[in-house]
Write a protein that binds this ligand. Structure first.
Ligand SMILES: NC(=O)C1=CN([C@@H]2O[C@H](COP(=O)(O)OP(=O)(O)OC[C@H]3O[C@@H](n4cnc5c(N)ncnc54)[C@H](OP(=O)(O)O)[C@@H]3O)[C@@H](O)[C@H]2O)[C@H](O)CC1
Ligand SMILES: [K+]
Length: 494
């Protein structure tokens, strides 16, 4: 999880690409004779951002042998044109296009072969380091000399701007947590879109640079896309003038057991704050702290559910314990929209779901559902969310920093949210928010997308007020103003 301040604006609507998808995009660009232009744009934009953010002092540009190095030569040329003192240390350039970019730089500023000695000398004199050694072409493990250079760069304590990816960070998966073998960048300028590694690792600030690639090409090759406030605003249910509590969505919360009574109450708060007209809780325990606006029923036997009128949506599993699987089976047979959370996330339910189910595991629960280790989930949350969706159907919300959603047709990621939300009950609130949206008529993918975003936006509001001391009920209460602001805001403000 990262600091709020390090995340790009949630409105960026950016795409995410794996290394393979970048190769395919590049091949597409090359067929249209756009690749060289794209590299030129990349270098120019990188120089522009560096000059704006760090306007004084020499720049040490480190260029690898591939296209990441090619972008670096272009950036060096533009920085030189902006009047900056630039010193380039380059590996042997093997990439044809990068070689052309290198020739265009020759004679403008010094370019020397990268050696450890020159690197140390260059680092001692520079203000900013431009890290263009490895990008999406990096195939782990790192070669020895690179490990040494990375150590030198990290020890120098200079401002480091990484081009596309911090050198040594895998493009497609989270880094392994040890940053000894990757450049510690202050700022990464990601080209065209995020790479999964940037989303799921501790990498400092990330800014996505638009390179003027036609949007149709971006969409064709993208792995995933970021949820935008604009799309969420369009999804939010609108109440008609004659609305009453029965038309705004009737949600049942099924959860809790003796000793575990807080979780379903938080879900009820989440559902009410996300606009549910009526919320009823059913539990085998007394729920002493349920919202007074909800109806809490203690039941002796889950068979009592049979006699109830069908709700518009159900949230199920929070604190429910071992009753979860039989209760979930019964509720799934109703064919109403359901959020399955917490204790209801059990592999016995594989095959029992339907299209209107939203599964909301955190990495530990996801690992249990897939029968693999938690590390395998956090290493590649996109792959894990997709695997869960294929195995269990419906829509999957894999909670984390950031949360990932797998719908039947797409992978989505939510850039809003902050580490303060890593607090007990936060997920219970999310289940309520999603259930409210399902109850108001949104499809499972729509409710998951809008619910995750609203919950994260609420968490950001709570964080702004309370910092890391925020608790789950603060998130629930901030859902209402987060919704209200989104509902009222003009697209300029977003
Ligand atoms: N559409 C776009 O976004 C564009 C992105 N561009 C840039 O292109 C790079 C990717 O370029 P590519 O040439 O595919 O690869 P890299 O430059 O990242 O890396 C290739 C060099 O890396 C060396 N390498 C690979 N693995 C290792 C390792 N384990 N240890 C050390 N060195 C390694 C490799 O060496 P070889 O000896 O194996 O050849 C290469 O020298 C992307 O990140 C963007 O920056 C383009 O500008 C086009 C548009
Ligand atoms: K790099």
């Amino acid at each position: 999880m990262r600091e709020t301040s390090q995340l790009p604006a949630p409105g960026s609507g950016a795409f995410v690409f794996t290394a393979q998808e970048i190769r395919e995009l590049d091949a597409d660009l090359a067929r249209r004779d756009l690749l060289e232009l794209t590299m030129e744009h990349a270098g120019a934009r990188v120089a522009e951002v560096i000059h704006a953010r760090f306007p004084t002092g020499p720049v040490l540009a480190l260029a690898g042998g591939g296209a990441n190095g090619g972008d670096t030569f272009v950036a060096a040329r533009h920085l030189h044109a902006l009047g900056r003192e630039v010193y380039v240390l380059a590996q042997g350039t093997r990439h044809e296009l990068a070689g052309r970019m290198r020739r265009r730089l020759e004679g403008l500023c010094p370019i020397e072969l990268l050696t450890e000695e020159r690197l140390c000398a260059g680092l001692s004199k520079t203000r900013v380091v431009l890290d263009g050694l490895l990008g999406t072409g990096f195939v782990p493990p790192l070669r020895e000399e690179l490990t040494q250079w990375i150590r030198r760069i990290n020890e120098a304590g200079k401002t480091v701007v990484s081009l596309d990816l911090p050198t040594g960070l895998p493009s497609d998966t989270a880094g392994d947590g040890s940053d000894a073998e990757r450049v510690r960048a202050d700022l990464t300028l990601a080209l065209v879109g995020f790479k999964p590694g940037l989303l799921f690792s501790e990498v400092g600030e990330v800014q996505v640079l638009d390179l003027g690639v036609p949007p149709a090409l971006l969409e064709r090759h993208a792995h995933a896309s970021c949820i935008t406030p604009e799309e969420v605003r369009a999804l939010l249910p609108r109440r008609v003038r004659g609305a009453h509590k029965g038309t705004a969505g009737r949600v049942y919360v099924l959860g809790g057991r003796p000793g575990y009574t807080g979780a379903p109450s938080l879900t009820a708060y989440g559902a009410l704050r996300a606009g549910s007209g009526l919320v009823a809780l059913y539990s085998r325990a007394e729920l002493p702290r349920h919202p007074v606006e909800s109806m809490a029923h203690r039941i002796e036997d889950w068979n009592a559910l049979t006699a109830l009128p069908r709700p518009d949506a159900v949230a199920l599993g929070m604190g429910l314990g071992e009753d979860s699987v039989p209760v979930a089976r019964r509720v799934l047979s109703w064919k109403v929209p359901v959020v399955l959370d917490a204790d209801a996330l059990q592999s016995e339910l594989r095959g029992a779901g339907h299209d209107a189910v939203v599964w909301t595991p955190h990495p530990g629960e996801a690992a249990r559902l897939l029968g693999i280790g938690t590390g395998d989930i956090t290493r590649d949350p996109f792959a894990a969310a997709r695997a869960l969706q294929l195995a269990y159907g419906g829509t999957v919300v894999l909670k984390g920093g950031p949360s990932v959603i797998a719908t039947p047709g797409a992978l989505r990621v939510c850039l809003a949210g902050n580490p303060g939300m890593a607090t007990g009950g936060s997920g219970d609130v999310l289940s309520g928010v999603i259930a409210a949206l399902l109850g108001a008529g949104l499809s499972a993918p729509e409710a998951a997308i809008a619910g995750v975003y609203l919950h994260a936006a609420a968490g950001d509001r709570a964080y702004a007020r309370l910092g890391y001391g925020l608790i789950a009920s603060d998130i629930a209460h901030e859902v209402a103003p987060a919704w209200h602001v989104l509902h009222q805001a003009s697209s300029e403000i977003l």
